[in-house]
Design a protein around this ligand. Structure first.
Ligand code: ADP
Length: 849
């Protein structure tokens, strides 16, 4: 800083002032910067005036009076009075302002404090003026009250005049460099690339961004062309654009590409011609903004927008008040509104009638910044249709992170819901069917076990009423009397019998008819609305006093033989009570019921048959016993007189043989023969009458071979006499009384001998076991017979021959039949040909019964 020569205190005031003034002027001619001017001015003022402190203040760009240089002033004071000015900026011909005692000046009341603290008692303000008016001031401070003398003010004004001029000059000198420096600073701090080229394309100016991006310093760039700095094709394009700007002589905006470290970047360049004061174009200026990121963002957001638009899902955004702000094509498709129709409208127009609340819940979540994922709900389409949707709603935030709205993705899940519902329905149906089947399985043995028809039908009715949840149920038997009219026979459950008494038979009405005809299940949600309802006289609907029926369910009970056994009818006073499931249960139950009723009826019939059999068996037994008793007593009673007759005849024969005249002898012979025959007959009848097993207790096991042996032994004489041969096969052990089996063998074998042909008789006895029966055969080679008599010969006293041909009473085979049948067996003529012999067969159960 240039030295200011201090005034010599021994000089007179005048001399001191002048010296100070000259010194100052000398310094001012040498000063370099404006700061030097200010310092010199303050120094000069202190030297040339009485003030003990001084300052210089000027208006800044904004017109505020600020300190430029000062001596011995505290920062607090400077701050307090900055901006204070006696004259507005630019005031012409301002006069100095002198305040000899600040504390005496009321207008400075606000500054008294700070002035006192700063120990300032008097001040003088000297304006710094130019042609443009006041530009600042000198401030002179006095520690004590001070009245400035005219010449003190005069020298201060002279100094002010000089300093103002120098300030102006220095400012003018400083301006271009200053401006350029400032400009460079601004440009260097700009994020855009800025450059200036001359007409030939040589760089005159580049900013820091240019340096950074292209790795070239200002010094390296200045004077170079694009061809020196960039690859030729890029340089050529830059210059091409420059030429266009120069040709157009106006600013042009264009996209340019420039090489960066990470590849080519796009720039939006504003290029304009630069001219000097006289309008000659001297170059091209460019301001280029890197738009690579923005382009990428744009591309990305276009891509995103395209995705959003083409998405199958509805993508909708809304603000925090639920007002729709965007709407894609998916949303148009899903909800049936166009974007134009809904943007700006509340999202609640999409709410399903009973889901208004969930929109509020979602918005509340969003306001709290929470995301709502896969929220399944219902929404309403434009056409009023309700659809199932899955929503994912995310909060949308602004740059500061504040939630400003929500974006919502809605997916139509109606199909999935439908499938789910169908699957659930199928599953529940399957479970219900299984339950029904299990139920019926449980019920079935219960029903099967009940053989009492009345009790069975009652439990079917009770069970079915309970299963279908009916208020009452009934079973009507499908019975018709001899006149062909149906008559009432029914079972009731859930209602007293009186509730139906007096009403006509239901089968006559149109609604009940199909059930009695076995035409399948009838189920009515509301029977009073059924077209078949109310068609029949006299009541045309439910008679007065009838139980109120709305839900109606009826099923026929059809037997295996397709006979409609009756119908199950159910009622409920509320409509829509019976379901398809009930129908299924009931159909199953009806089938079980039909079987059970069939069984019960069969059982009833079987019981009747059995009772009937028992009764007739009893009758038979009694008749048999009567016959036996009769035959026994008759033959006994007959034997007595017969014996007397025979005995008398024999006596007569013995005593009077040879004495009787004429036919006498012959008559006597006839009497003896008749008595003998009668004796045989009585014996045979007695044998027949007593041929019962009952009289002999349970049959023992006997070896039929042994029994045959005994019989042959007793027939020995007869056999020999006839020269007969009797053979037999293996014979089984049978369960019967020995004497009865012996009677059988004896009758059949002696018939074989009796009805012999010309040849010596051959009789063969054998037995086989077949289907649980022992089948005996007795084969002879005798005269045989016509098979048409095969039934007849087993009749009592039935014979094919006269007694003169073959003696006999015609009882033998009848006895045989009686015996065999009493043991549960059968006897028949298996085979016979006249002249060729006969085969008789009889059977016994192989095991005892
Ligand atoms: P009877 O021998 O006393 O006449 P049966 O009841 O034993 O009575 O026989 C009835 C009839 O069956 C006989 O009269 C006879 O005509 C015929 N008959 C029975 N056994 C034979 C047989 N082995 N060969 C041919 N005819 C027979």
């Amino acid at each position: 800083m240039p030295a200011v020569i201090p005034p010599n205190p021994t000089d007179g005031v005048e001399v001191r002032r002048l010296t100070a003034l000259y010194e100052l002027l000398a310094v001012l001619t040498r000063v370099k910067t404006i700061t030097d001017v200010y310092d010199a001015a303050v120094g000069g003022l202190l030297a040339a005036t009485e003030a003990d402190r001084a300052a210089i203040l000027t208006f800044d760009q904004d017109g505020i009076m600020r300190f430029d240089a000062w001596r011995d002033l505290s920062p607090e004071y400077r701050q307090a009075v900055t901006g204070h000015t006696p004259w507005p900026k630019g005031t012409q011909n301002p006069e100095p302002v002198v305040i000899p005692d600040v504390l005496a000046d009321e207008s400075l009341g606000a500054y008294w404090d700070i002035l006192t603290r700063e120990r300032i008692r008097a001040v003088a303000f000297i304006p710094l003026t130019l042609e443009t008016g006041v530009l600042g001031k000198f401030a002179l401070y006095y520690a004590n009250a001070h009245q400035c003398a005219q010449d003190e003010l005069a020298v201060a004004r002279v100094i002010a005049g000089h300093v103002a001029l120098v300030i102006e000059r220095k400012r003018a000198e400083r301006a271009p460099a200053h401006v350029e420096h400032r400009l460079q600073k601004i440009l260097d701090n700009s994020g855009t690339v800025v450059f200036l080229k001359d007409i030939q394309g040589r760089y005159l100016l580049v900013n820091r961004r240019f340096e950074d991006v292209f790795h070239v310093t200002k010094a390296q760039a200045i004077g170079k062309t694009d061809y020196d700095l960039f690859p030729p094709d890029i340089a050529e394009r830059f210059r091409e654009n420059d030429r266009k700007v120069l040709a157009a002589n106006q600013p042009l905006t264009m996209e340019e590409e420039a090489p960066h470290d990470d590849g080519i970047h796009s720039y939006l360049s504003i290029k304009f011609p630069i001219d000097d004061q006289d309008g000659t174009v001297t170059g091209v200026c460019g301001i280029a903004t890197d738009i690579t990121g923005r382009k990428q963002l744009e591309a990305a957001s276009m891509h995103l927008a395209a995705i959003v638009e083409s998405s199958d899902d509805a993508i909708v955004s809304k603000d925090l008040n639920g007002i729709i702000t965007s709407w894609n094509q998916g949303a148009e498709r899903l909800f049936g509104y166009t974007a134009a129709e809904v943007i700006g409208k509340p999202v609640s127009i999409l709410a399903a009638p009973d889901r208004m609340d969930d929109m509020k819940v979602i918005l509340d979540q969003i306001r709290q910044g929470r995301r709502v994922e896969h929220y399944e709900t219902l929404r309403r389409r434009n056409n009023g249709e309700t659809i199932h949707v899955s929503l994912t709603v995310s909060p949308v935030r602004d740059a500061s992170g504040r939630v400003i709205g929500a974006s919502k993705i809605a997916r139509d899940i109606s199909d999935r819901k439908r499938t789910e519902t169908e699957r659930a329905l199928l599953l529940s149906r399957e479970q219900e069917s299984r339950k029904t089947a299990e139920l019926l399985n449980r019920i079935s043995p219960m029903l099967a076990a009940e053989l009492d028809l009345e009790r069975l039908v009652q439990s079917i009715t009770d069970l079915a009423t309970e299963l279908v949840g009916a208020e009452f149920g009934s079973f009507f038997h499908n019975v018709v009397n001899e006149q062909g009219e149906s008559y009432v026979l029914y079972t009731l459950s859930g209602a007293p019998r009186e509730a139906f008494a007096g009403f006509p038979m239901p089968r006559n009405t149109e609604i009940f008819g199909p059930t009695f005809r076995g035409e399948g299940v009838i189920r009515c949600e509301d029977v009073t609305r059924d077209p078949r309802y109310g068609k029949t006289a006299p009541y045309y609907g439910m008679p007065e006093g009838h139980l109120p029926v709305r839900s109606y369910l009826a099923v026929p009970v059809v037997s295996r033989s397709s006979e409609v056994l009756g119908g199950l009818f159910f009622g409920h006073s509320t409509a829509g009570k019976f379901t398809e499931q009930h129908e299924t249960i009931l159909t199953g139950l009806a089938a079980q019921a039909a079987i059970a009723i069939d069984n019960a009826r069969l059982f009833e019939q079987a019981q009747w048959v059995q009772n009937e059999l028992k009764r007739s068996n009893e009758e038979l037994r009694r008749a048999n016993q009567d016959l036996e008793t009769f035959a026994y007593s008759a033959s006994h009673d007959l034997q007595e007189p017969l014996r007397t007759v025979a005995l008398s005849a024999q006596l007569l024969e013995r005593r009077y043989t040879g004495q009787l005249q004429g036919d006498g002898e012959q008559f006597l012979k006839t009497i003896v023969q008749g008595a003998k025959r009668m004796e045989n007959l009585i014996r045979d009848i007695l044998a027949y009458a007593t041929a019962t097993k009952y009289a002999e207790g349970p049959p023992p096991q006997v070896d039929s071979g042994k029994v045959l042996g005994t019989v042959l032994e007793s027939l020995k004489g007869l056999i020999e006499q006839a020269h007969a041969t009797i053979t037999s096969g293996d014979l089984p052990v049978v369960s019967m009384h020995e004497n009865r089996l012996a009677q059988l063998f004896q009758n059949l074998i002696s018939n074989g001998l009796k009805y012999r042909g010309k040849e010596a008789p051959l009789v063969h006895i054998s037995a086989i076991e077949r289907d649980g029966w022992s089948v005996f055969s007795v084969v002879d080679n005798g005269i045989g017979m016509d098979p048409k008599f095969s039934e007849l010969i087993f009749g009592l006293f039935k014979r094919l021959h006269s007694r003169s041909e073959y003696p006999g009473s015609g009882i033998g085979l009848a006895i045989c039949q009686r015996i065999v049948e009493q043991y549960g067996g059968r006897i028949w003529l298996e085979h016979s040909v006249p002249g060729e012999g006969s085969t008789f067969c009889f059977t016994f159960p192989a095991r005892p019964r």
